[in-house]
Design a protein around this ligand. Sequence first.
Ligand SMILES: Nc1ncnc2c1ncn2[C@@H]1O[C@H](COP(=O)(O)OP(=O)(O)O)[C@@H](O)[C@H]1O
Ligand SMILES: [Mg+2]
Length: 259
Amino acid sequence: MTAAEPLLHLEGLRRWVRLPSGEDLHILRGVDLEVDAGDHVAIVGRSGSGKSTLLNLLGLIDRQSDGVLRFDGQDVHRLRDARRARLRGASIGFVFQQFNLLDGRTALENVMMPLLYGDARQFWHREKLAREMLDRVGLGGRADQVPARLSGGEQQRVAVARALVRRPRLILADEPTGALDVSTGEAVMALLDEIARDSDAALVTITHDLQVAALSQRAYLLDEGTLHDIGTLDAAGTAEARTALAATAGLRAGQEAVA
Ligand SMILES: Nc1ncnc2c1ncn2[C@@H]1O[C@H](COP(=O)(O)OP(=O)(O)O)[C@@H](O)[C@H]1O
Ligand SMILES: [Mg+2]
């Protein structure tokens, strides 16, 4: 028997974009990464280092310029857009910094939304499944509230429920605590981590916050278009990573000053 394929396999992944000047901007310059079911991986990097670009590739929203990205053993670059969209809907959940909830809809309606595109069972049981998820994130009693009536932390918990209601195998979180105060952010991260663990989903969290990254099993620094393993961020590791982040930020500032 061969070893099971990791859920995500990235090899030499590159992404560049053609600028109006005709030059190519190389954002990712060869990213290698493997993520297994149940893994919780954090990716840190200064602003502009390409974190969202990488997340959009992992989320099958964008396509790489070169290199390999396999999801569950499947070379997703070969899939047509409609297949990619189906795979994304069924297997990947997104949590964003700004929650991205629909304003005019209740918490329950927001969480039910992805189930409209689910399989027949998910579709027919959408209200029950959405209520169960809202219970799971501790908001069973607020199902009929619109986002404007909820606090930031509660809105992010609704967004977590919406991301997880189809039981994705991969959860992608882009600065999920960026709009929250520290203790609310910690509670949201703990919840995400717990729910991901329950369902053996992989969680990839992108953050500039090393305290958030320290909650993961493994952390990487994205710098100069490649990933650098910074291990497990215990207190010592966090200090080291902080120095590394500060150093790359300093280097950049220096380069920009020269440019
Ligand atoms: N489609 C694009 N066209 C031009 N520049 C882009 C494009 N996408 C991203 N960039 C640039 O690439 C860099 C990385 O962007 P991004 O992935 O959003 O970084 P991060 O999320 O780490 O802040 C930034 O300098 C950004 O301006
Ligand atoms: Mg970003």
